[in-house]
Design a protein around this ligand. Structure first.
Ligand SMILES: [Zn+2]
Length: 303
C-alpha cells in the first residue's frame, strides 16, 4: 500500500476525502419535480465542477475517493481518466442514483454490477468501493451488503448513522464495521458524538452551513477515537452559478443552495490545513484485516 499523500503533518491519521460525482439535477431533493426522462434536457455541470475539485486537490496536495455515477462515467469517460490519472481512487455511486431502499435485491445487484464494470472498463483500475445514493443502505435493505459482495465490492460507505428526515440509521455503528452475513466493510460517514447524542458533521450541506474549525475539531475527536474522519462533498456544492430549480419545495431549495458561494474557499482551507487521502488508504488497516470492525456491536450500543 502506498503511503498517503498530503502535507507533511507526520503522526496525524489522514482523513478520507470523498466526492460523490453527480450533477445538481440528480439529487433526491429534486426528484419530485425533475423526471429522470428529462435529465438530458438539463445543462450538465458535473464535468467542469469535478475538474475544479481535481485542481483544488492538486494544489493542496490531497488525494481522495471519487464515488462516480455510472451514467456520468459513460457520458464523460475522459473525466474518469483524469480522476484516476491524478492518483485518486475511483469508486462507484451506483448507475443512476436510485435509493437502495426503493430497489429489490436483483435490481440493486444489476445496478451496482453494471456501474462497477463500466467504471473499471473506462478507468482501467479496480473498483472496490461503493456509496449508495443518499446514504440509502439502512434496515429497509438488509440484503444490500451481500449483494455488494456478490457484485465484487470490498467496502461500502453508505451509512449515515444519524436521525434525518431523508436518510440515516441512528442505531447503526459510528465506526467501521463488518456485516457478519457478508464479507463487506462498511465505513460510515463521520458524525459528532456530543454528550451522548449524535449530530451530522460529515460534510455536504452541513459543511456549507457550519464553520471549517468545527469540522477540524471533530476530525481531531474522530482521530482520538482511533478512526480517520470520513468527509464527503458533491461537485455541485462548489457551483453557485448552477441553474436554480424553482419548482422544488422551499425546504429542498434552501437545503440545496445554502452556503454554495463560500463552499469552495472553505474546502480549500480544509484541504490546506489538514491531511486527506483516499478511502482505500485511510482505512487500509480495516480493509486488510478481515477481523477489524467485527466487534462494532459495542459501538452500536454505546455510541
Ligand atoms: Zn449522490
Amino acid at each position: 500500500m502506498n503511503q498517503p499523500q498530503g502535507p507533511q503533518t507526520d503522526g496525524v491519521l489522514p482523513g478520507a476525502m470523498t466526492i460523490d460525482v453527480e450533477d445538481y439535477f440528480h439529487v433526491h431533493a429534486f426528484a419530485g419535480v425533475i423526471n429522470r426522462a428529462d435529465w438530458p434536457t438539463y445543462e450538465s455541470r458535473v464535468e467542469a465542477n469535478t475538474d475544479r475539485l481535481l485542481a483544488l486537490f492538486d494544489e493542496g496536495g490531497a488525494k481522495g475517493t471519487f464515488f462516480t455515477l455510472g451514467c456520468v462515467a459513460a457520458q464523460f469517460p475522459d473525466l474518469v481518466r483524469r480522476i484516476t490519472g491524478a492518483g485518486h481512487e475511483l469508486a462507484s455511486h451506483g448507475w443512476d442514483h436510485h435509493a437502495v431502499f426503493n430497489q429489490d435485491r436483483p435490481t440493486f445487484f444489476e445496478d451496482v454490477r453494471k456501474a462497477r464494470l463500466t467504471l473499471e472498463d473506462i478507468g482501467g483500475v479496480d473498483v472496490k468501493g461503493y456509496r449508495a445514493a443518499s446514504f440509502s443502505i439502512d434496515p429497509r435493505s438488509p440484503w444490500a451488503y451481500e449483494a455488494l459482495a456478490e457484485a465484487g465490492y470490498a467496502y461500502s460507505s453508505s451509512s449515515h448513522p444519524i436521525a434525518h428526515d431523508l436518510y440515516g440509521d441512528p442505531d447503526a455503528p459510528r465506526h467501521p464495521f463488518r456485516e457478519p452475513t457478508a464479507d463487506m466493510l462498511e465505513i460510515p460517514v463521520t458524525t459528532l458524538l456530543w454528550r451522548g447524542k449524535r449530530y451530522p458533521l460529515g460534510g455536504g450541506g452541513f459543511f456549507r452551513m457550519f464553520p471549517v474549525p468545527l469540522f477540524e475539531m471533530n476530525a481531531r475527536r474522530m482521530r482520538a477515537e482511533g478512526v480517520p474522519p470520513n468527509f464527503y462533498l458533491h461537485p455541485w456544492e462548489i457551483d453557485p452559478g448552477q441553474p436554480r430549480i424553482n419548482d422544488a419545495p422551499l425546504k429542498s431549495r434552501l437545503r440545496h443552495t445554502i452556503g454554495l458561494s463560500r463552499c469552495e474557499s472553505k474546502l480549500r482551507k480544509l484541504v490546506a490545513r489538514g491531511r486527506w487521502t483516499r478511502m482505500d488508504e485511510a482505512y487500509h488497516g480495516w480493509l486488510d484485516d478481515r477481523s477489524a470492525g467485527t466487534d462494532a456491536g459495542a459501538d452500536r450500543l454505546t455510541a
